[in-house]
Design a protein around this ligand. Structure first.
Ligand code: ZN
Length: 450
């Protein structure tokens, strides 16, 4: 290496275990002006900071493309300040905010402007945005794209937020050609409810009844519709939070045909099983629901085979009162799980039991989500020219989730008191250390606009 080059460095991070596209290697990551300039074998010396991470894992920062921040308008549910602070404590260097549950919802360019304004002085991690598709907003699609959304989100069933009504096939036929034309993805909540089916009406505290109220068939029917439209319009289509393993076959067939279809599942579908959820434990309520172990093991198999592309939290908190913990009423409780801070250790803890590797984790939490968000040329890899968004973590150490260590706005989470492997030690945004064992450097996040 030549000295002139080294004198131009800002930072070098060395470790026995650096996750690169070629594998987990002993290496030093060289950083200048927020970018990775090289990955080398030797430990360089010079007039710059050197961090020796020893045996700790140096990985690309986690990218979570499925996060509900709720600001402006419902900041009492979750806000940019708390969600993005929790993110850097968990090694998440980029998140993409969903177009609901803020007020206004992000379905017009004007509302998107308000959203961007609300982030001011509050972004502690990098943040991009999905725009929303609702009935009648087809004229807003292009203005939202011009203002910088990374893609769009739609629901096929009631979203839980009245201002964000679900779309029908007819609505999607109007917007999918426009979205396809811009090469952006359409993310879809896939549940097609059939109200004529029997819905359990008694014992609202029963988890089994809640599970029966949102059957796999709802997901399977919705996914079949989206595969059909994906093919017809050649529009990038992304199934969010797959829970029904019965849809794996149709996803395989669609991918074999070469359709532009991607699929995520959520940490909670891989970590918990319905059999363990007790009646009244509404902190586990989400939609689609956490299903039985036999189903979830099939999700694991599909993830390992690459049929499912990646894992995202769907962090969707609400004030504790809305989770109806006291009555434990599943039918009334808000459906959403609070979890962004624990995306990495939850997945790693469950992945260890399924004989998965550090490379798998990096693919599922960094590389593949970067592609959905269109950031694959700058984020999601430790490679020359990529942004120096990095997490240093210890996969062999464990910790127990306690209220005092949670940075989300609300502490209520089904992961409380779980022992998780994978302690996040340091987080870097564009080469700047923003989290170091409980200490924060705030306001270093950037807006990610297309
Ligand atoms: Zn969601």
């Amino acid at each position: 290496m030549n000295c002139l080059f080294l004198s131009m460095l800002d930072l070098a991070i060395s470790s026995e275990r650096v996750i690169t596209p070629e594998g987990v290697i002993k290496a030093t990551v060289l950083i200048k002006d927020g970018r990775i300039t090289d990955i080398v074998n030797e430990q360089p010396t010079g007039d710059f900071s050197v961090i020796n991470a020893g045996n700790k894992v140096v990985m690309p920062g986690v990218i979570d493309p499925h996060v509900h921040i709720n600001e402006p308008g419902r900041t009492d549910w979750e806000g940019f300040d708390t969600a993005t602070k929790a993110s850097i404590a968990g090694g998440i260097t980029t998140l993409v905010d969903m177009p609901l549950n803020s007020s206004p919802v992000t379905t017009t360019a004007t509302a998107f402007g308000e959203k961007i304004k609300a982030t001011k002085g509050q972004l502690h991690t990098h943040c991009g945005f999905w725009g929303g598709v609702v009935p009648g907003n087809e004229k807003e699609i292009v203005p939202l794209i011009e203002k910088g959304v990374l893609g769009f989100k739609a629901f096929l069933t009631h979203s839980g937020i009245d201002e964000f009504p679900n779309v029908t096939e007819e609505d999607l036929r109007k917007v999918m050609p426009i979205i396809a034309n811009h090469g952006l993805p359409l993310l879809v909540h896939c549940e097609l409810s059939n109200e004529t089916e029997n819905r359990p009406s008694t014992n609202a505290t029963s988890y089994q009844n809640y599970l029966l109220s949102r059957p796999k068939k709802w997901e399977d029917d919705a996914i079949a519709l989206m595969i059909r439209l994906c093919e017809e319009f050649n529009c990038r289509t992304h199934i969010v939070h797959l829970s029904s393993a019965d849809s794996i076959d149709q996803i395989v067939k669609a991918k074999q045909k070469g359709l532009q279809l991607t699929v995520e599942t959520g940490q909670h579908y891989l970590f918990f099983n319905a059999e363990e959820i007790k009646d009244g434990q509404t902190q586990f309520k989400c939609a689609p629901p956490i299903r039985e172990k036999a189903n979830n093991e099939k999700l694991w198999e599909a993830l390992k085979k690459g049929i499912l592309d990646f894992v995202a939290t769907d962090h969707s908190p609400a004030p504790p009162a809305m989770k109806e913990i006291q009555p434990g009423n599943f039918m009334k409780a808000w459906g959403g799980i609070s979890s962004i801070q624990f995306a990495l250790p939850v997945l790693w803890t469950a992945a260890k039991k399924h004989e998965c590797s550090l490379m798998d984790i990096s693919k599922w939490l960094c590389e593949k989500p970067a592609m959905l968000a269109g950031q694959q040329n700058s984020k999601g890899k430790i490679a020359k020219g990529y942004d120096a968004d990095i997490v240093v973590w210890d996969p062999e150490s464990s910790f127990i989730i306690k209220d005092s260590g949670i940075y989300h706005k609300h502490k209520l989470t089904p992961y409380l008191n779980e022992e998780l492997y994978g302690v996040v030690e340091q987080t870097f945004l564009k080469g700047e250390k923003v989290f170091d064992k409980g200490k924060f450097m705030l306001n270093k996040g950037n807006l990610i606009l297309r």
